[in-house]
Unconditional design. Structure first.
Length: 239
């Protein structure tokens, strides 16, 4: 008989040793534990992990400046009752534009060079930082509008939000675009601020701000989205 036949004969005659009760219980306990675990854990969600990780990357001055300026804006709005909507309409988009502009400078550009070696694309990390700063400014602006409405019941929170929310998106995108294009965050923030102030200086009535259809059209939102897509691409390429 050849060695191969001996091997086949041995395999046919082999019997598995009886499993102990303790081993069976361990296996069943492991399977039951895995089956009872939730299929989705929020803490393991990649977008949330990226946002939490990028909080430490964003300059702390951006958070503090947004809080201080919006608190000052709310105080001025409450004090200057007739021009409350004007104060918030000017303040919220400008502070958001400055925050977005300061996200890109020489230090951030050097950091993005290091981020290119990470498994996560640097463009995705940049988008996470932009999302954090913009969302923070929206939250602070909403809080300021709510506080103002509490002291001035004649103004509606929804009305105040409509005055500055869409302009905030467009001006923030424009400020960041100029910062990436010129590598000058001060230029990006200053240009957006001047554009927004000049827009209101040419209004016929400074005391009553009416919602211009320009800011509520789909074109404004699409323009902001297009600018964000272009600027992230430019930042990723490091022009």
């Amino acid at each position: 008989m050849s060695p191969q036949d001996d091997l086949f004969e041995t395999l046919r005659e082999w019997q598995a040793p009886p499993a102990s009760e303790a081993a069976k219980e361990r296996i069943l306990a492991t399977v039951e534990e895995e089956m009872t675990q939730p299929g989705f854990a929020l803490r393991n969600w990649l977008p949330l992990q990226l946002l939490v990780a990028q909080v430490r990357v964003v300059q702390s001055e951006i958070w503090l400046a947004s809080l201080f300026v919006m608190a000052l804006g709310a105080w001025l709005a409450i004090s200057y009752r007739e021009g409350a909507s004007l104060v918030l309409t000017l303040t919220a988009p400008i502070i958001a534009a400055w925050g977005m502009a300061l996200l890109y400078n020489e230090d951030i550009e050097q950091m993005m060079e290091l981020e290119r070696a990470t498994p996560v694309p640097s463009s995705l990390l940049l988008l996470a930082r932009m999302t954090l700063v913009f969302s923070f400014n929206v939250g602070v602006g909403t809080a300021a509008s709510s506080v103002t409405q509490a002291f001035l019941p004649g103004l509606g929170v929804g009305e105040l939000l409509a005055l500055w929310l869409t302009p905030m998106a467009l001006l923030s995108a424009g400020a960041f675009f100029l910062s990436v294009l010129t590598r000058n965050s001060v230029l990006g923030g200053t240009a957006s601020m001047c554009i927004w102030i000049a827009y209101h200086l040419f209004q016929q009535d400074m005391a009553v701000i009416t919602l211009d259809p320009l800011w509520i059209t789909l074109a404004a939102i699409l323009a902001a989205a297009a600018l964000i897509a272009i600027e992230v691409r430019l930042a990723w390429e490091g022009i």
